[in-house]
Design a protein around this ligand. Structure first.
Ligand code: KPL
Length: 297
């Protein structure tokens, strides 16, 4: 049995892709789901179907936990249900950005804590409709040395789902690569209230992106994540902005829906890291504050 904590788009995508009867959502304390979670699933290719996923019963012992909550909810959400998870079950974290994964690993150092980085695209245009918009890859690696032996077991559980999953010896590096892209696209789309591709022609973006990429390049090197020039980071960010030009980023979507954004785990994480390492990060800080103001309105 695989338990899933967080019934958003990604949690529902994994639930729909795993064999029926092998997966259950985990209710948070205070939630008392009477019935199964039922939703329509529109796969990448193929006909739409109805998915019915039960909630974990008191007698069920998950062998693997997938955590698909928002970054800011993760520690509290896990704390609420950790007593139901056997000590040996790998806990796989799917959060965007960085900071929440380290917080979980620090809070439960004796648990096998893994992190995943995924390029699967899923969204919910209606509350009970899940669309698998783009098929991608998911990489899984250990957040701590002691979790390394659990990676193979966790990956094996998720193989055969139709979603491509791979073990990753250096998951932190993958999370950093994604962080750079998110740091250079998401706040601009939220502040400018536009799809990803439209940021490129905006003067606010053009006036600040080079300074942002200089900060990212210095932070990456100081964090032991290798040397990349500001120019090559900018090119990477712009390639993704162009290839996802019509997308509404997750951060813009959060602002539009009045939800808390993940800015504290993207540019906010980079700002905190800069403070810890004595590196100035005025552009990351400005972007963080501007997005925080948007979502507090
Ligand atoms: O990951 C994304 C996000 O929206 O969070 C990008 C790559 C910007 C695609 O929209």
């Amino acid at each position: 049995m695989i338990g899933i904590l967080g019934a958003g788009s990604l949690g529902r995508l994994w639930a729909a892709s795993l064999p029926a009867g092998k997966v259950a959502f985990i209710a948070r304390p205070g939630e008392s789901p009477g019935a199964d979670l039922v939703y329509r699933f529109r796969p990448f290719d193929g006909p739409e179907s109805t998915i019915r996923i039960p909630f974990l019963r008191a007698s069920d012992e998950p062998e693997l936990l997938l955590v698909t909550t928002k970054a800011g909810d993760t520690v509290d959400a896990i704390a609420g249900i950790i007593d139901r998870i056997p000590q040996s079950a790998p806990i796989m974290l799917f959060q965007n950005g960085l900071g929440s994964q380290q917080a979980v690993a620090a809070q439960w150092p004796d648990r096998p804590i893994l992190a995943a980085s995924t390029t699967e695209g899923a969204n919910r245009p209606e509350p009970d409709l899940l669309v698998h918009a783009g098929s991608g890859d998911t990489w899984v690696g250990a957040m701590t040395e002691s979790a390394r032996p659990s990676v193979g077991r966790a990956v094996a559980f998720l193989q055969g789902t139709g979603l491509a999953i791979h073990p990753e010896p250096d998951i932190l590096q993958r999370l950093w690569q994604k962080l750079i892209i998110n740091a250079g696209i998401n706040p601009y789309t939220a502040i400018l209230d536009c799809p990803n591709g439209k940021i490129l022609a905006a003067s606010f973006y053009q006036d600040t992106i080079d300074s942002l990429c200089r900060e990212l390049s210095v932070l990456m090197a100081a964090a032991g994540q290798g040397k990349e020039t500001p120019d090559s980071l900018r090119q990477r960010i712009e390639r993704v902005a162009r290839s996802t030009a019509g997308n509404t980023s997750s951060m813009r979507a959060d602002v539009l829906l009045g939800r808390r954004t993940e800015i504290d785990f993207i540019n906010g994480y980079l700002t905190r890291l800069g403070k810890d390492l004595g590196i100035k990060t005025p552009v990351n800080q400005m972007l963080t504050e501007r997005v925080q103001q948007l979502s507090s309105r």
